[in-house]
Write a protein that binds this ligand. Structure first.
Ligand code: C2E
Ligand code: CA
Ligand code: CA
Ligand code: CA
Length: 279
């Protein structure tokens, strides 16, 4: 058994070192990903549930690695955050998304909005607001068309500073959404002190909502409180007809999910808009 223990340890450490080697390799190639143009911004349509029309999209990063193929953001965003690479990458996403949105405005989709995910490292930079202003100026995009998606975990550590930062951003005229709502530790009443405009219900609550009465109850409670706080509500990860019915009946304002569309390349998104597809 002593020997078994030894073998187990060896096996475990081998797995660990493969894991960390892979991490270092990814880290190195992520470094070059930006300049080698391996990164792309994809767009997942957001649909207004009252009109059924596409009202905007969420910008989602994709990495086409020359040897490994597509690497999901769930795998490389944490590495980018740890190494600080998220700062140049995040700026590039903002710049690209604003630029591509402006092109869509120019061909007639002039009320379309874009939502961009912002990581904690970006948000806490002292000159983040300044960088944002520069991007809005160079792309000639009015701030009312830009929405920033933030998660609660990045706001609850230094509440006062976070509130001040958010107010300074909102003063520019852009919109703030709280993403992945319900997965963190804070209550909605606690979050009331933050100046959000939009609440995104996390997809884990939407999943199997017709069979899972627990999820349905939580979602209804979140919607009710968000309405009282006069927040717009978006349901994400809507995959089935039943889930769509639920979010419509329970007065969500917008939806996003595979039942309408997966995230699309800029070209595919433009084609979808031109096709006039609605819910
Ligand atoms: P998120 O912000 O919560 O984004 C929503 C995720 O749900 C996306 O995964 C999207 O493709 C996926 N999704 C949308 N509808 C459905 C559906 O109906 N069913 C299912 N199963 N999934 C759906 P994705 O693109 O893999 O992104 C994962 C996460 O990576 C994002 O979660 C976000 O936290 C992060 N991320 C992506 N792009 C960026 C970025 O540019 N900057 C930063 N900081 N984070 C990003
Ligand atoms: Ca998001
Ligand atoms: Ca989310
Ligand atoms: Ca998420």
């Amino acid at each position: 058994s002593k020997q078994q223990g030894g073998n187990q340890y060896q096996f475990y450490s081998a797995v660990l070192s493969i894991g960390s080697l892979d991490r270092v390799a990814l880290q190195t190639s992520l470094h070059y990903a930006l300049e080698r143009q391996e990164l792309q911004v994809y767009y997942q349509p957001k649909v207004n549930l009252t009109t059924g029309q596409i009202m905007g999209a969420e910008a989602l990063l994709r990495w086409y690695h020359p040897e490994r193929g597509i690497i999901s953001p769930g795998r490389f965003i944490p590495i980018a955050e740890e190494t600080g690479l998220i700062i140049p990458i995040g700026e590039w996403v903002l710049q690209t998304a604003c630029q591509q949105l402006k092109q869509l405005h120019n061909i007639g989709f002039y009320s379309l909005q874009i939502a961009v995910n912002i990581s904690a490292r970006q948000f806490t930079q002292v000159d983040f607001r300044q960088k944002l202003v520069k991007i809005l100026n160079t792309t000639n995009l009015h701030p009312q068309f830009l929405e920033l998606e933030l998660t609660e975990s990045m706001l609850v550590q230094n509440t006062e500073v976070a509130i001040r930062r958010l107010n300074a951003l909102k003063a520019l005229g852009l919109t703030i959404a709280i993403d992945d709502f319900g997965t963190g530790y804070s209550s909605l009443s606690y979050l009331q002190q933050f100046p959000f405009d939009i609440l995104k219900i996390d997809q884990c609550f939407i999943r199997n909502i017709s069979e899972n009465s627990h999820n349905a109850a939580i979602t209804k409670a979140i919607i009710e409180m968000a309405k009282k706080m006069e927040l717009k509500i978006i349901a994400e990860g809507v995959e089935t007809k039943e889930e769509l019915e639920f979010v419509c009946q329970n007065q969500c304002d917008m939806m996003q999910g595979y039942i309408f569309s997966q995230p699309l390349s800029a070209k595919e998104f433009k084609e979808l808009l031109i096709s006039g597809k609605s819910l």
